[in-house]
Design a protein around this ligand. Structure first.
Ligand code: IMP
Ligand code: MG
Length: 338
C-alpha cells in the first residue's frame, strides 16, 4: 500500500480533507503531497473539536512525521501559503516544487472582473483560471522567482519517487472533484485543470504504475457551488429541512444539493480507476449513525445505503465518515467481511 491517492467523486467538497487527515494519522505517511488546481480549494477537518481549513497545505499536517509537499502542477498563492505555514507551524516540513506556478493579483482581478468566469461559471474568484491560462501561454511566474518561497523549494517528484523506492508510504491528496474536471466534467462549468486521479498524479510528477490504491470520496448527498447542471437539485428550503445546507469554505456561498447520484458515482469510479470508496457525512442522512465506529453498529438503513452503493458501483466502501471529528469514522480496510 505505499501509494494512496485521494480524489473527489462529485463536484468538490466531498470531505477529502477529513479522509486525508484521518489516513495521515492512521497510516503515518512519510510524505503527504497535494495535487490539484490551487488556492481555489478549501479542505476542512476537525480534530479534538478544533476546525482546520487549508487551501494550500496538505490536510495531513496534523502528523508531525509527515513531510508536506505541493506538486509542480499546483498554483500557489504566496500569501495564503505563508499564512498557513505560520498558523500551523509547518515551517520545517513544508516543501514546494520549484515549478509550481504563482497566482498574482492580476489573475485575481481578471477572475473577479470577468462576467464569463465569475458570473456565468460562478468561479471562486481566486485567480486560478487566469493563472493557468498564463501557464498555457508560458508567461506564468514560477515559485523559484519569489524570494519568500525560496527556502521551501525542492524537487517534489524526486522526493516522491525516492520515498516509494524505499517502500515508504506516500499519501496523495487531490482537490476539487471529478465533475469539475476541465476534460471530464460538466464543461464549461468546470475548473481550469483535470482533477481526476490521472491529473492529480501528473500534478505531482507520479507515473501511473506507481499508484496502489485510489480512494474516491463521495459525500452521502451531492453538493455543488457555483453554476452548472445538478440533476435532481433540491429547492434550498428542502435542503435546509434535511439538514443538507452547507456553505463554501473559500467563498462562503450557499452550496446547492441533491440526493446521492449513483450514476455519477459509477462513472467517477471508472474515470479515476478507484479501488475504494470513502463516504462522508453518513450521520447527516442517518442521525443514528453519528459517532459510530463499527459497521455492524450502524442503523440498518445506513448499512443498506452503503450496500446499495457497493452493488451499484462495484467496489467497496472502506471508510465511512460518521461525524465532523477525524475519529468519527468506520474503517473497514481490515475488516473480515466473510
Ligand atoms: P474556479 O476553479 O475558481 O475557476 O471555479 C470553477 C468552478 O469550480 C466553480 O463552479 C467553482 O465553484 C468550482 N470549484 C473550484 N474549486 C472548488 C472546490 O474546491 N470545491 C468546490 N467547488 C470548487
Ligand atoms: Mg472544499
Amino acid at each position: 500500500m505505499p501509494c494512496n491517492v485521494i480524489v473527489g467523486g462529485f463536484f468538490g467538497d466531498e470531505g477529502k480533507g477529513k479522509i486525508t487527515a484521518y489516513l495521515s494519522l492512521k497510516d503515518n505517511p512519510l510524505v503527504a503531497v497535494r495535487g490539484g488546481v490551487g488556492a481555489n480549494a478549501g479542505h476542512t477537518f476537525t480534530y479534538n473539536d478544533e476546525v482546520f481549513k487549508v487551501r494550500m497545505l496538505p490536510s495531513a499536517l496534523l502528523n508531525h512525521n509527515s513531510r508536506l509537499l505541493i506538486g509542480a502542477g499546483v498554483l500557489i498563492s504566496p500569501t495564503i501559503l505563508l499564512n498557513e505555514i505560520e498558523k500551523y507551524n509547518t515551517n520545517d516540513r513544508t516543501f514546494i516544487d520549484n515549478q509550481c506556478g504563482i497566482i498574482e493579483d492580476k489573475h485575481i482581478k481578471s477572475d473577479v472582473g470577468s462576467d464569463h468566469l465569475r458570473v456565468e461559471l460562478g468561479t471562486t474568484g481566486t485567480g486560478t483560471g487566469p493563472a493557468n491560462a498564463d501557464r498555457a501561454m508560458r508567461t506564468l511566474k514560477l515559485a523559484n522567482e519569489v524570494p519568500p518561497l525560496k527556502k521551501f523549494i525542492t524537487d517534489v517528484s524526486s522526493i516522491i519517487g525516492e520515498t516509494l523506492d524505499d517502500n515508504k508510504f506516500v499519501l496523495v491528496e487531490g482537490t476539487q472533484g471529478t465533475y469539475l474536471s476541465l476534460y471530464h466534467g460538466t464543461y464549461p462549468y468546470v475548473t481550469s485543470k483535470d482533477v481526476t486521479a490521472s491529473g492529480i498524479c501528473s500534478d505531482i510528477g507520479l507515473g501511473p504504475k506507481k499508484v496502489d490504491e485510489v480512494i474516491v470520496v463521495f459525500k452521502s448527498f451531492v453538493t455543488r457551488v457555483g453554476t452548472g447542471p445538478l440533476e435532481n437539485e433540491l429547492p434550498p428550503s428542502e435542503a435546509s429541512k434535511r439538514g443538507w445546507t452547507e456553505y463554501g469554505s473559500v467563498t462562503g456561498r450557499e452550496r446547492r444539493s441533491s440526493p446521492f447520484n449513483f450514476e455519477l458515482a459509477r462513472r467517477a469510479v471508472r474515470l479515476n480507476s478507484a479501488t475504494q470508496i470513502g463516504l462522508t457525512k453518513l450521520d447527516i442522512l442517518y442521525p443514528k449513525s453519528a459517532g459510530v465506529k463499527e459497521f455492524v453498529k450502524l442503523p440498518k438503513e445506513a448499512q443498506d445505503f452503503i450496500k446499495s452503493i457497493e452493488d451499484n458501483v462495484g467496489i467497496e466502501v472502506t471508510l465511512i465518515g460518521t461525524g465532523a471529528n477525524i475519529g468519527d469514522i468506520v474503517d473497514r480496510r481490515n475488516e473480515n467481511k466473510f
